[in-house]
Design a protein. Structure first.
Length: 211
C-alpha cells in the first residue's frame, strides 16, 4: 500500500494510464506526440530539430506514469480518402509514398519508437481528433488534460488544439517540442494565438520540472 501522506515525490501509477497520484495531486494528463514520423523527420529539418526535446519529454512522461500517445498521418494509397477538391490533401497524397499509410515513411520515427502497449493513432487530416479514436482513448484513461508536441505548429498542433478545446480538454503546448517550416508562424501561434485560446505554453524543461 502507498500512504497518500508519504513524501512529495511518491507516485502511484495505475494500469493503462489511469489517474495517478503524485504527492497529494491527482493528474489526468496525456502526452500527445504528433506527426513525428520517419518521412517527415528525415525530409524536413525543422521537424528533426525538435526530436532531442521530444525524447526528453517522452522519457519524463513515462517515468511519471503519464500515458504517451503517438499520432501518425497517412492516406490510403488508393486515394479513396482524398477529395478531389482538397488541394492540400491531394498534394500530400501525390508526394510519392511519403504519406501513404502502409509506407514505413509514415511510421513513428525510430528515435522515439513507442513502447509495447503505447497507443499509435492513425489520422488522415490535420487534427489528431478528426475521424480517429483519440477521444475514446483519452476518455477511457480518464484524461482531461493533454500536452501537445510534434509538427507542424500551424497544422497538427493548431488543429488538434482547437479541436481539443472544443471538447473541453485543457491543453498545454510545449513551445520547443513543436516547430513549423515557417518560424514566424510558429512564433505567432505560440506567443499570441495559443495563449489567447486558453492554452498553457511551456518549454519542455518547464513542463518536466512540474512532474
Amino acid at each position: 500500500m502507498i500512504d497518500d501522506n508519504s513524501a512529495k515525490d511518491t507516485t502511484v501509477r495505475m494500469a493503462d494510464g489511469a489517474p495517478y497520484r503524485q504527492g497529494n495531486r491527482m493528474t489526468t494528463t496525456a502526452l500527445i506526440v504528433g506527426d513525428l514520423q520517419a518521412g517527415i523527420v528525415d525530409n524536413y529539418p525543422f521537424a528533426a530539430d525538435v526530436l532531442p526535446v521530444v525524447e526528453k519529454v517522452i522519457h519524463a512522461a513515462r517515468a511519471s506514469g503519464i500515458p504517451v500517445i503517438f499520432i501518425r498521418f497517412g492516406l490510403r494509397a488508393s486515394g479513396l480518402d482524398v477529395a478531389a477538391g482538397n488541394q492540400l490533401i491531394s498534394g500530400l497524397h501525390g508526394a510519392g509514398t511519403l504519406f501513404h499509410e502502409e509506407s514505413p515513411e509514415t511510421f513513428v520515427h525510430p528515435r522515439i519508437e513507442p513502447l509495447p502497449g503505447e497507443a499509435v493513432v492513425l489520422k488522415r487530416r490535420a487534427s489528431a481528433f478528426a475521424a480517429t479514436d483519440l477521444d475514446r482513448l483519452l476518455h477511457a484513461q480518464h484524461v482531461d488534460s493533454i500536452v501537445l508536441t510534434g509538427v507542424a505548429t500551424g497544422a497538427m498542433i493548431a488543429a488538434t488544439l482547437y479541436d481539443a478545446s472544443d471538447r473541453d480538454y485543457h491543453v498545454t503546448v510545449l513551445s520547443d517540442a513543436c516547430a513549423d517550416a515557417e518560424p514566424d508562424v510558429h512564433d505567432f501561434l505560440i506567443n499570441r494565438v495559443f495563449p489567447a485560446r486558453g492554452a498553457d505554453v511551456l518549454t519542455g524543461q518547464e513542463w518536466t520540472a512540474r512532474l
